[in-house]
Every structure is written in structure tokens, then in C-alpha cells.
Ligand binder design. Structure first.
Ligand SMILES: Nc1ncnc2c1ncn2[C@@H]1O[C@H](COP(=O)(O)OP(=O)(O)OP(=O)(O)O)[C@@H](O)[C@H]1O
Ligand SMILES: [Mg+2]
Length: 362
């Protein structure tokens, strides 16, 4: 790392009722970068953020700001002394203050008014300055909370699902504007979300969380294209899973051989592929396309269900070889009828090969 990280969480553990909700988690925020904590509900994202903010305290581990320890088992700098911008999941506006006063709350000295006007303009609420929070919709209140958090231009910003209450169209605009402001100010951001698309859109680095731990961290492109395991792949889109068994460092499947040099004989293998990366071909009297090195061996199936989603169609096929169901996403101009035989092949460079992990029973 070339620069000192702005904010570092080091081996943080937090236990509630004997359960480790955050489990020896470490992460650092680089100057001017947006890091997204991404993971399913209950995996410990908000708890991690609250510890970074100082409103909750870890059982063990340290928090550092600009290289200085601000929280360990002896010291704990309270939240209000950390000069960190915060926006929590349950953001609360001051009910007795107007919108403009809410936004001005964290600002000091002269020049408050123009700063408030600029912020209200940026979140699309320029005519709302004199209103009180109860006169606003949920989404409008959320935008005021965003403006309030962004107005003091903090060096470090912690945000918990800051766009969750906004409708799709508004959310895209506000999200882009927020990112623009944060980048313009060179703010280091830890942003919590459970939406992969939001993380991909916002993040310089994504930290994928599961069960209180970070399972993978990296740039969105890398996380999406090199997931660590099936679950990591499946967090970003639906996936197809083709099963096999490793023998002699290779695994035989209906789609041809896959090399599995790192896996011992008899290891159960799962080949994972996103629906977008399956290719469809027409059936010509029982034959399909030729085998190629890029797409492997094609296998035949029969359309069970095809759904038109606009940009793309999702086609579910029951495979002749083993009656399994695979889903392909194809351009929306094509919508095959149920019962149509089609050939599927897999883009080899888009397949992920993992040893099978036993599913935990629910
Ligand atoms: N103060 C608390 N006391 C007891 N349990 C808690 C407390 N705070 C959080 N938990 C539990 O810790 C787990 C993680 O909670 P957390 O709020 O960090 O999840 P999250 O990843 O933010 O989820 P979501 O996406 O739903 O907001 C949950 O099971 C939650 O019930
Ligand atoms: Mg949460």
C-alpha cells in the first residue's frame, strides 16, 4: 500500500448473545476510494459500520484513523470526536428543524447558507428548505439526510444503505450525484449495501461479507469475473451449476471435459456459469453445432419455459442427458416456444470450477 489508509479496522470481533456477528474482520479504506461492504441481510454489515463510527464498540480488535488508534480494548474515541461523516440505515432528521436547518446542522462559521443551497440543489430539493421533515415523503427525507451528511465535506464517510428508500429512477440520479460529490471531495467512503448492482456502480473495491467475515475483496470487475466460490458468484446473478467428479485431474460433464489440476480424485466438482454465458443453437434433426475449443461440447435440451424480460429472454431447458434444468439468458428478440429442442454450449472462459461445498441445511 503506497498511501496511509484513512480508516483501518483490524481483527474486529463483535459478539451478541454468544454469537460472533463480526468475526475477526479487517478492512482498510484508501484515500479517495469508495469501499462497499456487500452481503446478505444479517451478515454483520451495519454492526461493522457502527463500530467504525464509534457508536458501538468491538469486543476485540482495533480501529485506526489516519494511522492513529482511535479504539482498542483500552481507548475509545467517541463518535462525535472522530470527524467522520455518518449516514445510518435508520437516519433520523431533527423533527423541530427545517430542511435547510437540518442540512446546515454540521456546518460551522460563515458561508453556511450558500453551502446549504448547493447541497439542496444537488439532491433535487431546492424548494424544500423551509419545510419540516414530517411534510416530506420518505424518499425526500432520505435525500435531506444525504445532503446533511455530505454538507460538511468529511474526509471519511460511513453510509449504511443510503439509497434504499428511493425509487429506481430517482435512485440512479441521486446515486450518481452522490458519487460525484464524494469523488470531487476525495472522500474515503465505506458504503454498506446488500445490492450487488449498487456496489458495482459505486465501488472502487467491494468487500463481500458472509457470516461476519469478509470472504473476498477486490475491484468490482475482479470480484464478478473471478468469484472465490459458488456463493460469491451467485451473489451477483443467478447461476447454473453442473456437477461432476474429478478423476485424473479432469472432470467429465455433458459439456465436455474440464481440467481440474488442483483437485484430487473423487472430489465432487461444480462448474458454475451465469445464464448470460450459455449459448443457444437450433436443433437440426437431432444434431447441434460442432464442438469447439471456446465453447466445448454442446448438449441438447427442451424448452420448459421462456420468459421475455425486455432486453433479454430467460430460457429454461430440461437437459436430455440428466433431466437437470439450465437457464440461458439470450437477447430479447428471441422467445422460443415451450417444447422446442435447442442445443446449449458453455463459454469456456466464463466457467468457474470449484470443489463442491456441502450446503448447510437451513
Ligand atoms: N444490539 C444487538 N443485539 C443483539 N443482536 C444484534 C444487535 N445488533 C445486531 N444484532 C444481530 O447481529 C446480526 C447482524 O446484524 P447487522 O445489523 O450487522 O446486519 P446487516 O448485515 O446490516 O443486515 P441488513 O442488510 O438486514 O441491514 C443480526 O443477526 C442481528 O440480529
Ligand atoms: Mg444493516
Amino acid at each position: 500500500m503506497s498511501q496511509t489508509a484513512k480508516l483501518v479496522l483490524e481483527d474486529i470481533t463483535r459478539t451478541f448473545d454468544g454469537r460472533k456477528v463480526v468475526d475477526e474482520l479487517s478492512i482498510s479504506l484508501q484515500p479517495g476510494q469508495v469501499t462497499c461492504l456487500l452481503g446478505p441481510s444479517g451478515c454483520g454489515k451495519s454492526t461493522t459500520l457502527r463500530i467504525a463510527a464509534g457508536v458501538d464498540r468491538q469486543d476485540s480488535g482495533r480501529v485506526l484513523l489516519d494511522g492513529q488508534v482511535i479504539s482498542d480494548n483500552q481507548h475509545h474515541l467517541p463518535s462525535e470526536k472522530r470527524s467522520i461523516g455518518l449516514m445510518f440505515q435508520d437516519f433520523a432528521l431533527f423533527p423541530h428543524l427545517t430542511v435547510a436547518q437540518n442540512v446546515a446542522f454540521g456546518l460551522k462559521g460563515s458561508g453556511k447558507e450558500p453551502a446549504v443551497t448547493v447541497m439542496l440543489e444537488r439532491v433535487g430539493l431546492i424548494n424544500y428548505g423551509d419545510k419540516y421533515p414530517h411534510m416530506l415523503s420518505g424518499g425526500e427525507q432520505q435525500r435531506v439526510a444525504l445532503a446533511r451528511a455530505l454538507a460538511p465535506k468529511p474526509n471519511v464517510m460511513l453510509m449504511d444503505e443510503p439509497f434504499s428508500g428511493l425509487d429506481n429512477r430517482l435512485r440512479d440520479g441521486i446515486r450518481d450525484e452522490t458519487l460525484h460529490i464524494l469523488k470531487e471531495e476525495g472522500t474515503s467512503v465505506l458504503l454498506v449495501t446488500h445490492e450487488p448492482e449498487e456496489a458495482m456502480r459505486m465501488a472502487d473495491q467491494i468487500a463481500l461479507m458472509r457470516g461476519g467475515k469478509i470472504v473476498q475483496i477486490g475491484a468490482p470487475y475482479n470480484i464478478y469475473n473471478n468469484p472465490k466460490d459458488r456463493e460469491a458468484a451467485a451473489f451477483f446473478s443467478d447461476v447454473n451449476v453442473i456437477l461432476g467428479v474429478a478423476e485424473n485431474f479432469q472432470t467429465q460433464t455433458p459439456f465436455g471435459l474440464f481440467f481440474t489440476p488442483a483437485l484430487q480424485d473423487h472430489t465432487d466438482v461444480e462448474i458454475v456459469i451465469r445464464p448470460q454465458h450459455l449459448k443457444i443453437d437450433f436443433d437440426r434433426n437431432g444434431t447441434g453445432p460442432n464442438e469447439t475449443s471456446t465453447d466445448g461440447v454442446p448438449a441438447r435440451g427442451v424448452v420448459q419455459r421462456a420468459r421475455f424480460l425486455g432486453n433479454e429472454s430467460l430460457v429454461e431447458l430440461r437437459m436430455d442427458c440428466d433431466d437437470s434444468t439450465l437457464t440461458a439468458a439470450i437477447p430479447g428478440v428471441f422467445l422460443p416456444k415451450d417444447g422446442t429442442p435447442l442445443w446449449l454450449s458453455m463459454r469456456r472462459d466464463r466457467c468457474f470450477v470449484f470443489p463442491c461445498v456441502k450446503q448447510k441445511s437451513a
